[in-house]
Design a binder for this molecule. Structure first.
Ligand SMILES: NC(=O)c1ccc[n+]([C@@H]2O[C@H](COP(=O)([O-])OP(=O)(O)OC[C@H]3O[C@@H](n4cnc5c(N)ncnc54)[C@H](O)[C@@H]3O)[C@@H](O)[C@H]2O)c1
Ligand SMILES: [Zn+2]
Length: 379
């Protein structure tokens, strides 16, 4: 079967997303088409390398390309300026040129880091994203946001820098730990809510198959997610307006992630709660019907994610929301569903948030929603 191709239209920065099971071993023709020559760099991490690094090195070798691999410790702790500096050191020591290619083989951490290093090495070298987590395939590898964390804020340092191509092999998702898999489903669900009711209904029907990672269902969900992200990014590359709809679930979600120290909840788990709770808040503000909230809560639960607010004080959550990058001129601007497939952006004030939170908090009081319900970990 031929690869599915999703175009990302950004004038001279346009590129293709290729999606195909087994793609990792069939890249020879793409290397020729892109003009990859000489020497290439590969950035990956220690979890991904044992599974897929050899395949990529061999593919490059067959195309006459020698590679230098940079294998990083896994996880968000690696997403620092120091690690980016290490990548730049290796590139410089090996005399990489401005026309040399850099490959990002891994999840969102590797993609954001390698993309950032590619953006600044000799003022920009071409790079290719080969995402291996669901979050990276459905979301982070597309759109050109690259960067690293700073001690004072996540993704505080970065650049908009588009890849030359994105190569998605859904088969790589087979080795993903269950917790990471389920977390990625939150971002996929998000696309249905913000842009496509039919896709949301499809996800409602196929969630049991997605939970089991059935190949056809996975490929279809990844493809539609990429199409929606590509369309949104093409209309607003630098997030001046429309691209902000991608932040649905992330206003409360990011706050919970921060409060949990990025440990008690991984990104997608926090976003799962954010999707459900922001819908609840939208309903409270009279922006949507309760049926919208119920559908969202149900699908979040069906994915194996929590939809319940952990028991943080509302002042703490609001403070964390205020410190988010998305706040402009001191205003928290949320993305709210009006119905499934349609959202609107609107500021929210502290009083409304705290009133709503009081109602929700009373509902969850006395339970231990966070740890108890993230029971998927480790499988
Ligand atoms: N640039 C963007 O637009 C954007 C969007 C969303 C998220 N992000 C960023 O992405 C990061 C989160 O991405 P993530 O969830 O992919 O995290 P991640 O890269 O840390 O990957 C999660 C874990 O899975 C492991 N892993 C990756 N692929 C694997 C595979 N195929 N088999 C086995 N293990 C595998 C990794 O080693 C890691 O331990 C965050 O830093 C976030 O800020 C960026
Ligand atoms: Zn996200």
């Amino acid at each position: 079967m031929a690869a599915s191709i999703v175009p990302v239209s950004l004038n001279e920065r346009s590129y293709k997303i290729l999606i195909q099971a087994g793609l990792l071993n069939r890249l020879g023709a793409r290397l020729d088409a892109l003009g990859v020559r000489g020497k290439a760099g590969i950035v990956t991490d220690r979890h991904v390398a044992p599974h897929y690094l050899r395949d990529l090195v061999e593919t490059l070798k067959r195309g006459g390309i020698d590679s230098v691999s940079i294998v990083l410790p896994p996880g968000e702790q690696s997403k620092t300026l120091d690690t980016a500096g290490h990548i730049l050191d290796v590139l410089a020591r090996n005399r990489f040129e401005r026309s040399s290619y850099l490959f990002a083989l891994g999840g969102g951490v590797v993609g954001d880091l390698a993309g950032f290093a590619a953006a600044i090495y000799q003022r920009g070298m071409p790079f290719i994203q080969i995402p291996t987590t669901l979050i990276a395939q459905a979301d982070s590898s597309v759109g050109g946001k690259t960067g690293v964390d700073h001690r004072l804020g996540k993704n505080l340092i970065g650049a908009f820098y588009q890849p030359k191509e994105v190569w998605i092999d859904p088969l790589t998702l087979c080795t993903l730990p269950m917790r990471e898999w389920v977390a990625g489903l939150a971002e996929v669900i998000k696309y249905g809510i913000i842009a496509d009711e039919a896709f949301f209904s499809y996800l409602e029907r196929t969630m049991p198959r997605l939970r089991k990672r059935e190949a056809a269902a996975v490929a279809a969900a990844v493809k539609r997610s990429c199409e929606i992200k590509a369309e949104v990014v093409a209309s607003d590359e630098r997030e001046s307006d429309r691209r902000r709809v991608l932040n649905y679930g992330h206003t409360i979600g990011h706050a919970l992630e921060t409060l949990g120290g990025y440990e008690s909840l991984v990104h997608g788990e926090a976003i799962g709660i954010g999707l459900a709770q922001e819908a609840d808040l939208a309903c409270y503000m009279g922006l949507c019907d309760r049926t919208v909230v119920e559908r969202i809560r149900k699908i979040v639960q069906a994915a194996g994610l929590s939809d319940r607010m952990p028991s943080w004080q509302s002042t703490k959550i609001w403070e964390a929301m205020l410190h988010d990058k998305k706040v402009s001129h001191g205003q928290v601007v949320g993305v709210w569903p009006e119905r499934i497939g349609q959202v609107r952006m609107m500021p929210i004030d502290e009083r409304s948030f705290r009133r709503w939170h009081k109602a929700v908090h009373q509902e969850t009081l006395g339970r231990r929603p966070l740890q108890a319900r993230t029971a998927v970990r480790g499988k």
